[in-house]
Ligand binder design. Structure first.
Ligand SMILES: C[S@@+](CC[C@H](N)C(=O)[O-])C[C@H]1O[C@@H](n2cnc3c(N)ncnc32)[C@H](O)[C@@H]1O
Length: 261
């Protein structure tokens, strides 16, 4: 007998189900209207479908390595063609291994998003992700990275330390990345740290902006979503170490969920 409901792809992430709503709240605050977004390492595609169903005008491009593409394409074709938010579009997934310069699409994108990938990809691939994002982002475009991170002025949760040890025991090239090292790599590639927000289950979202337009007249007192400038200093991972640099790199926009500790 033919089932009335198509069988869902094998790949399914419980974690995605738990974190898709908190991440959506952050994306709502940061993405400009009608943003073109490239997602790196889309995995099961649950994030792509959820965001395209809730963010009007969103233009979302999922991607992953070859071994994930079959399931990803299946989910997008089964779930990603209905109930989309007004004006939203979910493109067919493309193959993208961050190491393969030739697989990166042209862009430009207003944002590059990736969840739970930096601790899974090899350490040597992390700079490839940053460099690729820097290449395809439009000036002022955002890189948003969700997942576990260590360091950067945030106390290490025992669960993240244990997760890091577990990953390294499986494969020494994997591991939970240090946010401060990450932020310094990003800066060297033209990506300024904007925010480091706490998320459920000891995860974080790191937000970077591709240096582009001039941001010369930001009034630090108007950055109302931050608790205070000292908090902002922590959030920015102390990379800048100066309020002036901080003022230059902070986007003045509501980000209440992102900065709720
Ligand atoms: C734990 S899964 C996360 C999937 C999905 N983003 C999520 O949140 O459920 C890790 C993802 O990282 C991707 N990944 C690992 N190395 C990669 C690389 N070099 N280039 C692109 N994606 C990579 C995997 O293919 C996989 O989709």
């Amino acid at each position: 007998m033919v089932p009335a409901v198509p069988t869902l792809p094998v790949r399914f992430s419980e974690a995605c189900e738990r974190n898709k709503e908190p991440i959506l709240l952050v994306l709502r605050d940061w993405l400009p209207p009608r943003a073109r977004v490239l997602e790196v390492g889309s995995g099961s595609g649950q994030h792509a479908v959820h965001f395209a169903r809730h963010l009007a005008g969103l233009q979302w491009q999922p991607s992953d390595r070859a071994e994930y593409l079959g399931d990803l394409r299946e989910r997008i074709s089964l779930e990603g063609r209905r109930d989309l938010a007004p004006g939203a579009r979910l493109a067919d997934p493309i193959e993208l291994d961050v190491d393969r310069t030739d697989q990166w699409p042209q862009g430009p994108y207003e944002a590059v998003f990736s969840a739970n990938t930096t601790h899974i990809m090899a350490a040597a691939s992390v700079p490839c992700l940053l460099a690729g994002a820097a290449r395809v982002l439009a000036p002022d475009g955002l890189l948003l990275l969700y997942g576990p991170f260590l360091g950067g002025g945030v106390p290490t949760a025992p669960s993240n330390a244990a997760f890091d040890a577990h990953l390294r025991s499986l494969d020494p090239t994997m591991g939970v990345r240090n946010a401060q090292v990450f932020t310094e790599q990003a800066r060297s590639l033209g990506l300024e740290a904007l925010a480091d927000g706490a998320m459920p289950a000891n995860n974080r979202i790191l937000v970077f902006r591709k240096r582009g337009a001039v941001h010369s007249s930001i009034d630090i007192s108007s950055v109302s979503h931050l608790n205070n400038v000292d908090d902002a200093g922590l959030i920015i991972d102390k990379v800048d170490n100066s309020t002036v640099a901080l003022a230059e790199t902070i986007e003045v926009r509501p980000a209440r969920e992102l900065f709720r500790q």
